[in-house]
Design a protein around this ligand. Structure first.
Ligand code: MN
Length: 156
């Protein structure tokens, strides 16, 4: 098990939560998922496959729909790739208690000439997301501590 999933596993009791403990394998193209998480406060979790895990951000207002729109995206713990298929109810009293539903899912293309892990480390990601509802470029820009901005870009 990847060390980068330790925080994810420490927060959860898998005898009580139906969430995947780990697992899931990559395919040829990296995946992304957006999950509607109706927890204490409703938010959307945005996840991108980077180095065998899902890098994750909680986006209170959801993925921006208009070009140029910016949304706060708060970095959260890495999730296992298998989480991209997860939908269900996390029981009361458990971490993230509430319901999780997939709102969008697909593959993405790195638009930068650097590796995704480098873009992540440098705090500037540009990806083209190809899902069922949208096919559009987005940027994630780090600005402070765990805070990033998720920005919808113009199609070139
Ligand atoms: Mn969440």
């Amino acid at each position: 098990m990847s060390r980068s999933l330790k925080p994810y596993q420490k927060k959860r009791d898998f005898t009580k939560s139906p969430e995947p403990k780990g697992g899931g394998k990559g395919s040829k193209e990296p995946i992304f998922v957006v999950q509607r998480h109706n927890a204490r406060t409703l938010h959307y979790d945005f996840r991108l496959e980077i180095n065998g895990v899902l890098k994750s951000w909680a986006v209170p207002k959801g993925v921006p729909k208009k070009v140029g729109e910016k949304r706060l995206a708060v970095l959260t713990e890495n999730h296992p790739l298998a989480y991209a298929n997860f939908e269900g109810r996390i029981p009361e009293g458990e971490y993230g208690a509430g319901t999780v539903k997939i709102s969008e899912k697909g593959v993405f293309e790195n638009m930068k000439s650097k590796k995704m892990s480098t873009c992540f480390r440098e705090g500037r990601i540009e990806v083209w997301l190809k899902g069922r509802k949208f096919d559009a470029p987005f940027a994630l820009v780090h600005f402070k501590e765990k805070n990033w901005l998720l920005i919808r870009l113009r199609k070139k």
